[in-house]
Design a protein around this ligand. Structure first.
Ligand SMILES: Cc1ncc(C[n+]2csc(CCOP(=O)(O)OP(=O)(O)O)c2C)c(N)n1
Ligand SMILES: [Mg+2]
Length: 692
């Protein structure tokens, strides 16, 4: 093996039997899949050499402190090969005992079918949905570059790490890989180093008939540094490639991410299945396991790794020294730049927005506009709020998928994020281009890295494009704020392709995701506050059209954060009108008329977040929506979601919209004060009494 002196970590121990080291990974994976009765042995067996060289000789990490802030990030985007990662974590000394590998894919184990962040120490992100791990990697590399640009000082490369991604054919077939690799190219993320497992196989067989593009040319056109193809089983070739790639990574002027194309044989080591789709996703079987042991000359029983090999694999001491060196550097940085150091420390703990200060910002904002007079679209109210929020808190990082002027995600201090001449990154608002899915997944990666609260915008109807990334953010409990504007048929003339009807309800189906649909400026501010304080992801749904601001007393103002509250009380209500977003205005208008013309008392419940309302105490919920009073819900979307509140009427839209000006579309669908009044009259039997 050709050892590069510049690498601190490369062992000069020529006596190490590299084949044995790699086979330890291979066999662990095959045995664990065999024991589990399901799983994917092919990828770990095919990428064993690449994984070995990277983890043993290059990856900067400390197994005894998986959260060390300046560690290199490792992402297994082809997450079906989870056993490769578990093997690596176990062997290098993470808190992942062999018993856990024996429990692969079992309930409650630390080794779930696909890697899950928060379950296994050392797993940086949840992968399995192909292509998204790569996007998380891009987000992590972007976060690294932004933090380095903000906090590093001459002689103090405090934030300075690589992001390594393993990916397969499947990841590159997925459209999201195009979105995010294009961005990584223009951003010049030189510390992003990807390994493409070019094994010519996916589940359906040899990939030529469905995946035949020129990957080299594709990545060159993105502006990447493309290396290979190399023999992905040749230790020297892999080592040389990583040396070159990481040397470029430490030179900001190279300004290009790297992809190393590695020709590999899936399932290498099992002579009958290797190189075929049969190796991809099923246990090798008793015979296959035996054939593998014979072929690899591996005489040890399942889950037994010889002590000498284990010692050679262990990176604990190396990691301890590495982090120690960094700690010393950080101590002197602290002395030279105490303010920067403490702000960086807070940022990396995700202590980005102080809740008390945030409450003050919300209060100041709520005092800044004239209630009951102004008419402002909630998307504009959101921008107004960001103008209060932005200057107070660094680390809130915005962006939009080419709809900045519509989503109003920029505030007066926003600077478009750009790569500077010297290769550093400037700015705090990201132009993601028309790449909704990539944007959402990149934001998830930024959040996983730590240091920022990312928020990103597009039209609500396109939330479907990014849905699985929103789902992963929810699964991982990452604080990403999705700003979805143009939240109903109220967007008007753009018509049914752009008018969301099922999206509000369908977002509410995602566990952990807090969905907010505010009705006016105050609710917008409280939605932002809630989203920033909530540890998981939130979606804030905003109107294109102008809406009035409502008067509130202090109690109802504070109750906004409960997700649903009494906005207008009526003594002994005859009916309760429940509305969200732009439809609260209609409920208010109807309520006035019901009282004036028919003497009907109506209570208005504004429900900006059903998700959050449902988490409130039973007593509170029953007080706001008692069972024994007739109820009507008004929301310009599909109605299914609402029946669980046992309303008498749900006024909504169970078909696609129409292209016409806002007011006409609302009228055409009967989302109007007239319909509300008529329904209430029927509901309360006033129709007969009043002859209506
Ligand atoms: C988005 C998504 N679609 C489908 C799958 C199911 N799936 C898992 S692995 C795989 C094939 C991937 O091929 P490749 O990346 O080449 O993996 P290899 O067989 O080489 O290990 C598929 C379709 C998935 N995990 N994610
Ligand atoms: Mg493949």
């Amino acid at each position: 093996m050709n050892i590069d002196d510049s690498s601190e970590k490369v062992s000069t121990n020529q006596a190490v039997d590299h084949a044995l080291m790699c086979n330890a990974l291979r066999v662990l994976a095959a045995d664990a899949v065999q024991q589990a009765g399901s799983g994917h042995p092919g990828m770990p067996m095919g990428m064993a050499e690449i994984a070995y060289v990277l983890w043993k000789f290059y990856l900067k990490h400390n197994p005894k402190n998986a959260d060390w802030v300046n560690r290199d990030r490792f992402v297994l985007s082809n997450g079906h090969g989870s056993m490769l990662l578990y093997g690596l974590l176990h062997l290098t000394g993470y808190d992942l005992p062999i018993e856990e590998l024996k429990q692969f894919r079992k309930l409650g184990s630390m080794t779930p079918g696909h890697p899950e962040v928060g379950v296994t120490p050392g797993v940086e992100t949840t992968t399995g949905p192909l292509g998204q791990g790569l996007a998380h990697g891009v987000g992590m590399a972007l976060a690294e570059k932004l933090l380095a640009s903000e906090f590093n000082r001459p002689g103090f490369p405090i934030i300075d790490h690589n992001t390594y991604v393993f990916l397969g054919d499947g990841c590159l077939m997925e459209g999201i890989s195009h979105e995010v690799c294009s961005l990584a190219g223009v951003w010049g993320l030189e510390k992003l180093i990807c390994f493409y497992d070019d094994n010519n196989i996916s589940i359906d067989g040899e990939v030529e008939p469905w995946f035949n593009e020129d990957i080299k040319a594709r990545f060159k056109s993105y502006g990447w540094n493309v290396m290979g193809p190399i023999d992905g089983h040749n230790i020297d070739a892999i080592q040389q490639a990583i040396s070159t790639a990481s040397a470029r990574g430490s030179d900001a002027s190279s300004k290009a991410p790297t992809i190393i194309i590695c020709k590999t044989i899936i399932g290498k080591g099992e002579p009958e299945r290797q190189g075929t789709a049969k190796a991809h996703g099923e246990p090798l079987g008793k015979d296959g396991i035996q054939r593998m042991r014979q072929k690899l000359n591996w005489d040890f029983p399942p889950f037994e790794i010889p002590e000498s090999l284990k010692n050679e694999w262990d990176c604990s001491e190396y990691g301890h020294a590495l982090e120690g060196g960094w700690n010393n550097l950080f101590e002197s940085y602290k002395k030279s730049y105490p303010k920067l150091a403490s702000s960086l420390e807070a940022r990396l703990k995700n202590d980005i927005v102080n809740p008390k200060e945030l409450r003050e910002v919300v209060a100041r904002f709520c005092n800044s506009f004239d209630k009951d007079s102004e008419s402002v679209a909630t998307r504009k109210a959101s921008q107004n709020f960001l103008n209060f929020l932005g200057p107070r808190f660094k680390g809130v990082l915005g962006g939009s998928a080419d709809l900045t002027g519509s989503n109003l995600t920029m505030w007066h201090g926003s600077e478009p994020m750009r790569k500077s001449e010297s290769g550093t990154m400037i700015g705090n608002h990201v132009n993601f281009g028309v790449r909704e899915f990539g944007m959402a997944a990149i934001c998830c990666g930024i959040s996983l890295h730590k240091g920022f609260i990312p928020y990103c915008g597009t039209f609500l109807v396109f939330s479907d494009y990014m849905r699985n990334a929103v789902r992963l953010a929810a699964l991982m409990n990452q604080k990403v704020i999705f700003v979805f504007t143009h939240d109903s048929i109220g967007l008007g003339e753009d018509g049914p392709t752009h008018q969301p009807v099922e999206q509000v309800a369908s977002l509410r189906l995602i566990p952990n995701l807090h969905v907010w649909r505010p009705s006016d400026s105050a609710e917008v501010a409280f939605a932002w506050q809630a989203a920033i304080c909530y540890e998981g992801p939130s979606a804030i749904l905003l109107s294109r059209q102008k809406l009035p601001n409502f008067l509130r007393n202090k109690l109802s103002l504070n109750n906004i954060s409960k997700g649903g509250y009494i906005l207008r009380e009526a003594r002994k209500p005859d009916v309760i009108l429940i509305g969200t977003g732009s439809e609260v205005k209609l409920a208010m208008l109807a309520s006035h008329e019901l009282k004036k013309k028919y003497g009907i008392n109506s209570r208005i419940v504004s429900m900006p977040s059903t998700t959050v309302f449902e988490q409130q105490k039973r007593g509170y919920k029953e007080k706001v929506i008692p069972q024994d009073v007739p109820k009507m819900v008004i929301e310009a979307g599909v109605t299914d979601h609402w029946w669980k509140y046992k309303p008498d009427v749900v006024l909504g839209i169970n078909k696609f919209g129409e292209s016409a000006p806002e007011k006409e579309v609302f009228e055409a669908f009967g989302i109007s004060t007239r319909t509300i009044i008529d329904s209430v009259l029927c509901l309360t039997d006033h129709k007969n009494n009043f002859g209506g």
